[in-house]
Design a binder for this molecule. Sequence first.
Ligand SMILES: [Zn+2]
Length: 418
Amino acid sequence: MKDLHAMIGKEKPLDQFHLSLRRVAGQIPGISAHGFCLVSCSDEREGVIRSGFDRDVATALMSDAIGSEDHVFSISNLGSRLEPGAFPLVDEHFMRKTARGSKLLIVEIASHVGRIRDGDTHGYGQVERFGRQSLCCGALTALLDAPVTAETVPHPWFEHLNAFFGPVRLAALREINDSTRMIAVAAVHATLQAESAVSEVFQHPSETPTDILLVGGVSVDQQGADGFLPVASYHLRADAGVAEIVSGYSLRTTPESLKIDVSGARIGVEGGATMEGRLKVQRRPSDAKAEPVAKAALTTLSDLVLDHKEELETRLEQARSHVESIRHDAATWRSFARPILRGLFRGLGDVQPELGVAAMLYGGGENLFASHKLRQIIDHGPSTSAWRRVLQEIEAELQQLNHEDAQRVLECLLSKIA
Ligand SMILES: [Zn+2]
């Protein structure tokens, strides 16, 4: 895994990356079966990564194939979005009737960016198609340019991407005024999506022994062989409904923290702690008005929390052990705080939406969502569907937290609920 972690932020030829991925997968001990999932953009240029992943990773590792072409659970859509709820399907599809050892799920999430070489200079965000230059990735470009058509007719993919990035990240990306902008948007997208996949694993841990090797990256499309810029790699393990982290490393998800180097033939991205100082701005101001509302909600919800105390405790204990296992390493703790928080929160919401909201309130996260919406729910009497809507809003907010705030909310949540 160290080999994969060391590749983060360094573009490689695509086939070389797949070879490394296959080698790392082959080194994970105790594996008796494999499963594969690829998330990529609908773009016809992504046929290269789809066939590469199938040929160089899936076919090469699959010894107990069902059929020669049934290897990869493939998600292709505009902007390569990991669709919420996909992971439990992947887990279920690749489960074997008889379990000896662990199954290994290899999940690759790839956003993409085009590159056009002109002598020694490289332009990013376009690719040559049929003798002319066109946008690549078109969906991510549309997201930054916000086309008028998206307002006339609903575009679910556009709304999904918009909510996924959030206004702060989008504003920061729009401020980048050279061609590294499209590298930044693709890198942030793949990093965030890898994190969402980690949250999905925590939300729906497999019931049978399962290792998950998860990589996120940017496919670099150009004339000639494509490149691949890895941005995140995780090794997780799950069994009997409990997931644990083995290791993980990723770039940061705030565009300002990424230092993108396009001076060479291949992209290099540094997302290191050296840029931390510039980012410490985002701590949210405390919202005094939210506190009485939160207290009222707590009274409404306290019985509910008591009813589900056992379930709540189990989930929190799992989160606590995740946190304890990674706290000694600052980089890992920073990378995992938000996915653990999101996984915990989603899991609580699965038990009952109100419980997720209550946990958030207890955890001191009352400033995370608009108080007037909570007020309305309390005034009109809570219904499960209303709580579910609040829960979805909070989940969207959690994704926008910076690492520092995610660590703070998680710590708060774990210390206050007992
Ligand atoms: Zn695309």
